[in-house]
Design a protein around this ligand. Structure first.
Ligand SMILES: NC(=O)c1ccc[n+]([C@@H]2O[C@H](COP(=O)([O-])OP(=O)(O)OC[C@H]3O[C@@H](n4cnc5c(N)ncnc54)[C@H](O)[C@@H]3O)[C@@H](O)[C@H]2O)c1
Length: 387
């Protein structure tokens, strides 16, 4: 009797195009290369009915020099440049999914055009200039049934997921959360030199605003992901550098629906010190998370409980926990970072035909609604209640 030949799984290649080959595109291209290498292992394990392959296939940028320089590090079969480059990339029939990584003012046009052309989209934060524009993206997603994922990278940071779980486990022991102090600082990200080669962040027509929308959106969204929705905001912003509409200092009090308060302080100054620090106080415990770009560790996390000696949690168990929770337990923690995680989740949403993805546009719309309320509070001098 002859043994039946095993049926070969059909192969599916997901061809990805990147629009906007600047700074953040490097993180995504690197993550996509890792996904390219690991795809077979990951989606084989997830018992997909197809053999999944991922390919960085096309690059587009309005600036010819930038896209060509980028392609020397991350080669692609197709390269588009010039004012119509992004649309031409979307029109390419072989492109299945696009990463929109351009200045914020062009996100909406590319997301809508890609959805209409049945391409899946990953769009960096801030998604657009207003919650109403994000609503247009949501409607396009639902109408054309494509995956659109928001680039809210804190949702893919393992310390956030790990701590959320730890807080739930220790709810009785640690007591209620009392308040959170957040402070963030970054050297001005629009100088056109060193770490910040581009200047668009000081042009309000391209960025929509300053540190609050461009930088602190991550911190606000990260805290929302742990502590839930926000009921009221009161904020003061300042503009010391004088670029119109670009706040470089923000102080605010954000009150969660639970009554917990977050005091937020952030600024863009001229010190080469890029640091985020969250201190979360509970009735009997304190958690400190520090993310400093100069240090090698992605984040340092320390916990203090009553009189016990404080202890640190290394990244490895946090990564391991998060990857297991996501359903990718075999991914090598040492190779990862939150951009890799969010890109894996995007590809997984395409494979699973889950148009919402793990990080749906609604989360981006909500974070932006909170930020618009902060701007309104500053304008009116009053606290703004979020319905
Ligand atoms: N999630 C994060 O941590 C994170 C970090 C940095 C930037 N971002 C976001 O990513 C986006 C890009 O930021 P960046 O720092 O990479 O900027 P960048 O200036 O380094 O790169 C943007 C690139 O897009 C190109 N471009 C601009 N408008 C275009 C258009 N209409 N069509 C085609 N190409 C166009 C520019 O020539 C440039 O090469 C922004 O929305 C920013 O807020 C997110």
């Amino acid at each position: 009797m002859s043994t039946p030949t095993p049926t070969k799984k059909p192969s599916r290649v997901i061809r990805v195009g990147i629009i906007g080959t600047g700074a953040i595109a490097q993180n995504h291209a690197l993550s996509l290369s890792l996904s390219e290498c690991n795809a077979r292992k990951i989606w084989k394990w997830k018992s997909s009915s197809e053999k999944i392959k991922i390919k960085l296939y096309a690059l587009a940028d309005s600036d010819e020099g930038k896209v060509k320089a980028f392609a020397t590090h991350f080669p692609a079969e197709k390269i588009y440049f010039g004012p119509q480059a992004g649309f031409e990339l979307i029109d390419d029939p072989l492109v299945d999914a696009v990463f929109v990584l351009t200045h914020t003012n062009s996100h909406l046009q590319y997301v809508l055009y890609a959805a209409e052309h049945h391409k899946h989209v990953f769009c960096e934060k801030p998604l657009a200039f207003s919650p109403a524009e994000i609503q247009q993206m949501i409607e396009a997603r639902d109408k054309f049934q494509v995956v659109i994922q928001a680039g809210l990278v804190m949702r893919s940071a393992s310390p956030i997921a790990y701590l959320k779980n730890l807080m739930e486990e220790n709810r009785e022991k640690w007591g209620r959360p009392m308040n959170i102090i957040f402070r963030g600082s970054q050297d001005k990200p629009y100088t056109g030199t060193g770490r910040h080669p581009s200047t668009w962040r000081k042009d309000v027509t391209k960025s929509h605003g300053g540190i609050l929308i461009e930088h602190s959106i991550h911190d606000i969204d990260g805290m929302i992901s742990i502590f839930g929705e926000i009921q009221e905001v009161y904020a003061k912003i300042r503009n010391l550098a004088g670029h119109e509409g670009i706040e470089d200092s923000v102080s605010g009090i954000l009150t969660f629906k639970s009554g917990l308060t977050l005091s937020l302080n952030a600024c863009w100054n001229e010190i080469d010190y890029d640091c985020r620090r969250y201190e979360m106080f509970f009735e009997r415990a304190q958690i400190v998370i520090e993310v400093e770009s100069a240090t090698k560790e992605l984040a340092s996390v320390s916990i203090r409980y009553l009189e016990d000696p404080p202890y640190n949690i290394p990244m490895e168990p946090m990564d391991r926990f998060f990857f297991t929770e996501l359903g990718f337990p075999q991914v090598q923690a040492e190779l990862t970072g939150p951009y890799y995680v969010e890109d894996l989740r995007f590809i997984n949403a395409i494979v699973q035909n889950n148009i919402l993805s793990d990080v749906p546009l609604e989360l981006g719309k909500y974070a932006q609604t909170v930020i618009e309320a902060c701007y309104e509070s500053n304008r009116t001098g009053k606290p703004i209640y979020l319905p």
